[in-house]
Design a protein around this ligand. Sequence first.
Ligand SMILES: [Zn+2]
Length: 233
Amino acid sequence: MSAGAVILETIARVREEVCALHAELTRYELVVWTAGNVSARVPGHDLMVIKPSGVSYQDLTPEQMVVTDLYGVPVDGDATGEWGNPELSPSSDTAAHAYVYRHMHEVGGVVHTHSTYATAWAARGEAIPCVLTMMSDEFGGSIPVGPFALIGDDSIGHGIVETLKNSHSPAVLMQNHGPFTIGKDAKSAVKAAVMCEEVARTVHIARQLGEPLAIDQGHIDSLYARYQNVYGQ
Ligand SMILES: [Zn+2]
């Protein structure tokens, strides 16, 4: 198969995958209306695939997913335009996703939602403390808060990267905004978004009745190491 045919096939596969994963955001009730987005890096290329702006979840198709470079600029392949990008703009959060791919080379997928409980913690600018063994497993500690940042330049992406590079957590709560999650692929990033909302809800409920008990850092570390060895990679 020619190099051109290989990349066409790869992009078609990533478009399918990214489109299908958006159904998980609605299945787990992490999004309303057109908010939220999933993206994936195109393996072996400086490209990413992301949800278009302003399309209802039920109407999303693989062909509508937008291929961009790692600066968020839509690309149509060579001069023939054979990748066939739709006449749709990429998600308004594309610059933040692209910044993450440029600065975190191990990341293959990024997800953003305004899921209710995680966003409630973000509204208070409060990290979710690691008080559950499943949090130790999945997040390796607390889920940190990133800085307040406005859309329109690299400040959201910069805030995500600066917060996550010093943390085991694949999730960051951008202050007054909501969670962004990362993974080795898009499916892992979606899982992190689902788990982030789950622990945000559980710890919130625990708080209503008292102060959740802390877990020793040593136990957090060993739970995380064990889980990542058994279930990681
Ligand atoms: Zn948002």
